[in-house]
Design a protein around this ligand. Structure first.
Ligand code: AMP
Length: 210
């Protein structure tokens, strides 16, 4: 099954993508994680992407489409995948269609902006494996350490309040139109994000038939 998870930054896409990934045994493909890794390693496209990411803006379509194309060509995607954070613009969605990639379902996790602003201030992300946590709603077992790999769980630079406002603006302007795009293809299903990860996961797993 090929799935897309849509939602504003901080709606819980990454966490729910992990849950679906382990339940359906298909890889989670997060363009944000791939880009952060590239920035960390100082690769050519990492250097190009850094300024946009730090400002809460989107990285250019050409760069992310290239990344995505390479990633889904890999063997582990043969039986399906979950796209987490891609597409984020209509041209990215069109590129996916033009590649002949068949998408089975697009799941939107809907969370109000005000809730997102307070959630992101408590979010922590593992520097090494990208697993996400929240200091209140989904804490690491040991403070500051990733449960999965033991890496440092830290606040992302772009989770700073001013950057979050920019990211939400970008989401409403550039990404939210994808709801219409996939609604017209009959693929969109919306799940309302709940107060706990577990409650949202129940709805999400039901929506994907897991
Ligand atoms: P995320 O971890 O999904 O919130 O992504 C972090 C940042 O990476 C975003 O704010 C963008 O700057 C960049 N990014 C991730 N995915 C995309 C994408 N599909 N298109 C453009 N920029 C992206």
């Amino acid at each position: 099954m090929n799935l897309i998870l849509l939602g504003a930054p901080g709606a819980g896409k990454g966490t729910q993508a992990e849950v679906i990934s382990s339940n359906l045994n298909i890889p989670q493909i997060s363009t944000g994680n791939i880009l952060r890794e590239a920035v960390k390693n100082g690769t050519e496209y990492g250097l190009k992407a850094k300024a946009a990411m730090d400002a809460g803006d989107l990285v250019s379509d050409d760069v992310v489409i290239g990344i995505l194309k390479d990633r889904i060509a890999r063997d582990d995607c043969k039986n399906g995948f979950i796209l987490d954070g891609f597409p984020r613009t209509v041209p990215q969605a069109e590129a996916l269609d033009n590649m002949g990639v068949q998408i089975d379902k697009v799941l939107e996790i809907h969370v109000e902006d005000e809730t997102i602003k307070s959630r992101l201030s408590g979010r922590r992300v593992c520097e090494d494996c990208g697993a996400t946590y929240h200091i209140e709603f989904n804490p690491t077992k040991t403070e500051g350490k990733c449960d999965k790999c033991g890496g440092n769980a830290v606040q992302r630079k772009d989770d700073a309040p001013e950057t979050v406002i920019e990211r939400l603006k970008t989401y409403h302007e550039k990404t939210a139109p994808l709801k219409d795009y996939y609604e017209k293809q009959g693929k969109l299903e919306t799940v309302v994000g709940q107060d706990t990860v577990e409650a949202t996961s129940k709805l999400v797993l039901k929506a994907v038939g897991a």
